[in-house]
Design a protein around this ligand. Structure first.
Ligand code: RNT
Ligand code: ZN
Length: 413
């Protein structure tokens, strides 16, 4: 079906496809740099730790900043819509200098700022509390060792300054997300003290003055990680309570809940109490496996909640997954395009009509229309959206990705 015909179909439901396309063009989605190099970063040779894992050894991962930037550029060119660059502290560019994570400075990210500015993008940021020798017994901000805690507190504080620098330079607020891997493999003898130490460490990090209109500090909870199956210090209740109490922003990663819990349902709950919320969109397969985001029911439901709560300006949307078993450019592009599709589908849904059915207790119509909507010509509108964003239409991007693989990635021995 062509765009004009699709537009007419949606108009019958009272939906303006042009308005949906224009709205979506203004929704930034933060693309995680760490998909490009299997979460290795540039600041240490440590193995990936923290209970997260990349599996697979598909050839061609980025090995340095130049390669990562080039790969992200390639991915950006294949993805419609507005983007933000999501960096981790371990992607500092040192140029030979030896700098600890407790001492990183804005200048170590100057090249990233240049990169983002040239592309008209904002930057989001993450302190890196894993893959580092100062992670002691799997613990960072909750460690019983005050020297360890001190080191990571300094890291958190250094990162706030860098986040502020990103916002000042790009003119776009920076979301700075705190996630720590701390936890225990076995049932701990003391569940309380680690959380009190984490709380105290966070207080110390947040103690430094920063411009709250420029930096949004988020806190990400988790249920378990590999090797820390029995207890996670930064659990859902801990992180949500802390965020609320301190007026920072909660972040939900949809891989970080029990398999039958859904983040889509949590979005309106958190929006009722928070001006802003943040998301890491991922796909867990049986566990927090961080598979590439698919155009699946829960991704669509997440997008629907954001849109029908009228919260596109209140939800910071980022992707967070890492697949080393397929072409990494494809991993970015597939996940980002799927999220864009989900958002577009949500913008093309007659929410008011459906809500009215619900309020009239006409569940028959609500269900019937919901199911019929699934076969509406979304593809034709998405193609048009891609066209207007100068991004490849349909499966055209696959050839471009393959060409880049042949010309660039395959030469990385
Ligand atoms: C880990 C968290 C965290 C990381 C990134 C690399 O389970 O999801 O967000 O994936 O910071
Ligand atoms: Zn995450």
């Amino acid at each position: 079906m062509n765009y004009a015909a699709a537009k007419e179909e949606y108009a019958k439901l009272g939906i303006d496809t042009d308005a949906a396309i224009e709205r979506l063009m203004r929704v930034p989605v933060s693309m995680h740099c760490w998909q490009g190099d299997d979460v290795r970063g540039f600041d240490s040779d440590e193995e990936l730790s923290g209970g997260i894992q990349t599996t697979g050894n598909y050839p061609g991962r980025a090995r340095c900043a130049e390669e990562l930037m080039a790969d992200m550029d390639k991915a950006f060119s294949l993805i419609p819509g507005a983007k933000k660059l999501n960096l981790h502290a371990c992607y500092a560019i040192f140029d030979g200098e030896a700098v600890g994570r407790d001492a990183i400075e804005p200048r170590h990210f100057a090249k990233w700022v240049e990169f983002a500015k040239a592309r008209g993008m904002g930057i989001d940021f993450n302190p890196t509390f894993f893959s580092h020798p100062m992670v002691k017994d799997g613990l960072t901000l909750s460690s019983p060792d005050s020297e360890v805690r001190e080191y990571w507190i300094k890291h958190g504080r250094a990162c706030i300054k860098i986040a502020e620098y990103f916002a000042t330079e790009t003119g776009v607020p920076c979301v700075m997300n705190i996630w720590i891997p701390d936890g225990y493999k076995e049932t701990p003898a003391d569940r309380y003290s680690p959380r009190l130490r984490f709380k105290d460490s966070l207080d110390k990090i947040l103690d430094i003055p920063y411009d709250k209109s420029k930096v949004y500090i988020t806190l990400e909870s988790k249920v378990f990680g590999i090797g820390v199956e029995s207890y996670t210090v930064g659990s859902a209740e801990f992180c949500l309570s802390y965020s609320t109490k301190k007026g920072i922003t909660p972040l939900m990663d949809n891989g970080h809940y029990h398999p039958t819990e859904v983040v889509s349902d949590k979005i309106p709950a958190l929006l009722a109490f928070n001006d802003k919320i943040a998301l890491h969109v991922t796909r867990g397969v049986r566990w927090d496996s961080d598979h590439v985001v698919a155009f699946d029911d829960e991704t669509r439901e997440i997008a629907k909640e954001i849109v029908r709560c009228n919260a596109l300006d209140r939800v910071f949307i980022a992707l967070d997954y890492f697949d080393a078993s397929i072409n990494r450019i494809a991993a970015w592009v597939i996940g980002m395009r799927n999220l864009e599709k989900a958002l577009l589908a949500a913008l093309l849904t007659p929410h008011a009509t459906l809500a009215e059915y619900q309020n009239r207790a006409d569940y028959t119509s609500m269900f019937a229309l919901t199911e019929e909507l699934k076969l509406m010509p979304l593809g034709a509108v998405f193609d048009e959206y891609c066209r207007r964003c100068s991004a490849p239409v349909g499966s055209m991007w696959i050839e471009e990705m393959r060409a880049y693989e042949k010309d660039v990635l395959s030469k990385r021995a």
